[in-house]
Design a protein around this ligand. Structure first.
Ligand SMILES: [Zn+2]
Length: 174
């Protein structure tokens, strides 16, 4: 049972295995709190139980692990070479669910920000400053739903169909 996935894959999987209170999430929370932002955590009454909820800004924030949530085109999202079909269908299901929940939130008038884990990987002071500035700027703006990855902010692709189609290009095992 030791070699089902390689070490790198395992650590990617482990880093996303706990959905709440992950290290990147804690860093974001700490930084935003220090800047005076107040929020609710893991709101059970909202679709997808967003990691942070900012009622004042009508905004919710998710911190997503690139592996579990299938960050398209990200170098931290590669399917394992073994049981590829299993992982592909599991992650596709996660993406479709994410997308549906984001849709519901937007319908209810919330703005959604997805912060990909890859955006938080190099949180050295100068880099972190930039990440937190982007997040704070987005919160205070009236910009629509967005995602933040290592390349910065971009509009959130939040069509269920689009997510499902994107995931279909993953290499099948057969
Ligand atoms: Zn990523």
């Amino acid at each position: 049972m030791t070699d089902i996935v390689d070490q790198a894959t395992r650590s990617r999987m482990m880093s996303g295995i706990r959905g709440k209170n992950t290290k990147p999430e804690m860093l974001i929370r700490k930084a935003l709190h220090a800047r005076g932002f107040r929020y609710r955590l893991h709101a059970p009454d909202l679709p997808g139980k967003p990691d942070l909820v900012f009622p004042r800004y009508k905004a919710v924030l998710f911190v997503h692990g690139c592996f579990w949530h299938g960050h398209p085109g990200c170098k931290h999202f590669r399917l394992p070479g073994t049981r590829t079909d299993f992982w592909a269908s599991k992650i596709t299901a996660n993406c479709v669910r994410d997308s549906k929940q984001q849709h519901l939130l937007i319908e209810k008038g919330w703005r959604v920000l997805v912060i990909w884990e890859c955006a938080t990987r190099k949180l050295q002071p100068e880099y972190a400053e930039n990440v937190f500035n982007l997040v704070c700027g987005w919160l205070k703006s009236d910009t629509g739903s967005a995602q933040l990855d290592a390349n910065g902010l971009s509009p959130l692709p939040c069509s269920v169909t689009e997510s499902a189609t994107t995931l279909k290009v993953l290499p099948p095992n057969t």
